[in-house]
Design a protein. Sequence first.
Length: 254
Amino acid sequence: MMAGLAESAGSGAGEPAQRLRGRRVVVTGAASGIGRATARLFAAEGAALALLDRDEAGLSRTGEETGGSTFAVDITNEEVMARTAEEISEALGGIDGVVNAAGIMFQGAAADVPAKAWRTMLEVNLTGTYIVIRSCLPWLTRAPAATVVNIASAQGLLPNAPNHSAYAASKGGVINLTRALAAELAPQTRVNSVCPGMVDTPMAGDNGWNVQNYAMKRMADPIEIARAVLFLTGSESSFVTGAALAVDGGRAFH
C-alpha cells in the first residue's frame, strides 16, 4: 500500500455511505489486485457479493474479508460459467451488477510472442469477459438499474508501451465490447469500462516500471481503481454508459 493512501476499504473520509445496499454484484479476479480491492470496497458499501477466481486460497481470503460467496471457476469455460451464474443467482437471489476484473498480462515483442500465447491473452481478457457477461444476462436484464463494469487498460486507449501488443489488443477489444454492449443493453443495463494505468498489484510484478510519463509520477493503488468502479456501479453515474474512463494518473491525456 502506497504512502498517503488509506488501507481502509471505505470510499473516502468517514464511514462508507452504503451506496450499494441491496445490490447483488459478481466480481471476477477477486483473489487479488483490483478485484480484491473492489470486493472489499463494495462490501463496505453494502453490496452482497459473488466472488470468482481460479486462485482458491486468495479467493477464500477475500471471501473471509467481505462475507461474499466464493466460486473457484475458470471464466473461459462457457458451460462451467453458465452453471456458476445459476448458483450465484440462487445464493444472492439475483444478479444486478458485474465487475470483470479477471485478467492476465505478459510482455513480449510481436516477433517473440507465438499465436498460442496471443490466443491465451485474448481468451482470458476478452472472451472471458464476454462469457461472464453473457452468463449473467438472464438476471441482469430483469434487474432495475443493472450495471456492468469491465476493467480494460490505458494500453487499450493508447498502446504506446513496447512489447505489449497482445495485451493492448485484448484490452482494446474489451473497450469496444463495452461500447457495443452499452448500445445493445440500454436502457436497462449500463455497461462501462475503467482503463487503469500501471497499478501496484501482483500482475505488475517487480519490473521497474517507468512511470515518468505519468503526471502523478507513480503507480496507482488498487483502491484508487476500485473507487472508479464504485462510481460506475452506483447511482451517481446513472447517465453514464459506454464510457471508457481513464484512471491512469495522467499517463496520457485521453
